[in-house]
Ligand binder design. Structure first.
Ligand code: S3P
Length: 450
């Protein structure tokens, strides 16, 4: 497993195009597979998570051809070429065109793959088994299994229907009216997909607004979905012959990958960077509001619409100083994946930054509250851990140490940014997990580091 060693940077300078959006890449493959006809997906993220999704649909008989895009290749230090994106042609076979998988579907590290696919499989008349890596096998699945069972799905899973592996026998589903106990785009999307197979109108209400890529893409493909505030109504299409229309989509860069460079530019002196082509869907960009309150200089420029999503370039430069902030409540889902890098920003802000209402972070690829508490302490940061968040005292002088990634891509990348403002050398163990969402991350970082 790769170890990354990093030292203090003088600046971050230049232009970056982060890898394609992970959430949108998963959805494009899934929805195109159950649409009828040929879809074209440009700028698909060639990283481990979306590849798990692509493999699952190939096993279920969907023909997906892939052309790698030359300009996206980065050479890493052991001279291997890593490709961040490609163009896919997907021959969708309709809502009921998937074939029974002859083997277990291995979703790897990807919560989005397993939770969204379970909604599709629940409505398909065959038997399937889903599993994943050690991290995914410890993540809660009852949040999708319970409502899917209410819809009539036949599902069993390990440990009293709580954890992977899970076995699904597809059934004719009934529409339900479901109030989600936690804001989760994966759960919401699972139920929207199951709703497409149901016999009436499925109504889903979330407690807070989570990312809405599913609603946008399915509506563009002809699904009958209505969104009113926090409530989503999905008309079951099972009985209709037409189903979803294919798509021709260009996927923008991932804001969550851009976030590491935004934070880096703010805290490393003499930095000035332009991050191009980033998806700025408002359900994803809570970090920008927080940075504004911290007094950071980030400008969103050249806004445009691409394939139903808002896209822009993000210009950022070093902040003279940052102020501590208090964060909780409705903003959390819009910065859920940015928690680790926000903790790093907080170490460089004057005062105590408090992040609460973030209990969901305990069940991500790792327990991200525990991971950041443990690793930032090693760097000399004073902090307090709460069941649902953290309080971090800044501005701290970080000192390099040997730190753990917990095999969690976002922890590894956040600690890499912390290394660039720390004294001495930072050694990050198990750093190759960045390939989950950002192959070539360390090489890109090196390219723009002065
Ligand atoms: C995702 C939803 C979020 C997010 C994850 C991707 C998605 O998870 O943390 O990285 O693509 O729908 P939850 O639904 O568990 O909040």
């Amino acid at each position: 497993m790769k170890i990354a060693e990093l030292t203090k940077a003088k600046s971050l300078k230049g232009e970056i195009i982060p890898p394609p959006d992970k959430s949108i890449s998963h959805r494009a493959v899934m929805f195109a597979s159950i649409a009828y006809g040929k879809s074209i997906v440009k700028n698909f993220l060639r990283a481990e998570d979306p590849i798990s999704t692509m493999n699952a649909f190939r096993i279920m008989g969907i023909e997906i051809t892939e052309a790698r895009t030359q300009k996206s290749e980065v050479r890493n230090e052991d001279s291997r070429l890593k490709t961040q994106n490609s163009e896919l042609i997907i021959h969708g076979k309709g809502l009921y065109g998937l074939k029974e998988p002859f083997d277990v579907l291995d979703c790897g590290n990807s919560g989005t793959t397993v939770r969204l696919i379970s909604g599709i499989l629940s409505g398909n008349p065959f038997f399937s088994v889903l599993t994943g890596d050690d991290s995914l096998k410890q993540r809660p699945m009852a949040r999708v299994i319970n409502p899917l069972k209410e819809m009539g799905a036949d599902i069993s899973a390990r440990s009293g229907d709580k954890y992977l592996p899970m076995a699904i026998k597809g059934k004719v589903l009934r529409a339900i009216n479901y109030n989600m106990p936690v804001a989760s785009a994966q759960v919401k999307s699972c139920l929207i997909l199951a709703g497409l197979y149901a016999d009436g109108t499925t109504i889903i209400t979330e407690p807070q607004k989570s990312r809405d890529h599913t609603e946008r893409m399915l509506m563009a493909m002809g699904a009958e979905i209505e969104v009113e505030g926090l409530t989503i109504k999905v008309k079951g299409q099972g009985s209709r012959s037409k189903g979803l229309q294919p798509i021709d989509i260009t996927i923008p860069s991932d804001f969550s990958s851009a976030a590491f460079f935004i934070a880096g530019a703010l805290i490393i002196p003499n930095s000035e960077i332009l991050i191009r082509n980033v998806c700025i869907n408002p359900t994803r960009t809570g970090l920008l509001d927080v940075i504004k309150n911290m007094g950071g200089d980030v400008r969103v420029e050249n806004m445009r619409d691409v394939s139903g999503e808002h896209v822009a370039d993000i210009y950022c430069k070093s902040a003279g100083s940052l102020k501590a902030v208090k964060i909780s409540g409705d903003i959390m889902p819009s910065l859920i994946d940015e928690f680790p890098i926000l903790c790093v920003l907080a170490t460089q802000a004057d005062g105590v930054t408090e992040i609460r209402g973030a209990g969901e972070l305990r069940v991500k690829e790792s327990d991200r509250i525990k991971a950041m508490t443990t690793e930032l302490k090693k760097l000399g940061v004073e902090l307090e851990e709460y069941p649902d968040g953290i309080a971090i005292k800044g501005k701290a002088s970080l000192k390099g140490a040997t730190v753990e990634s917990y095999h969690d891509h976002r922890i590894a990348m956040s600690l890499a940014i912390a290394a660039l403002v720390a004294e001495g050398t930072m050694t990050i163990n198990n750093a190759s997990c960045v390939d989950i969402s950002f192959p070539g991350f360390f090489e890109e970082l090196k390219r723009i580091t002065g």
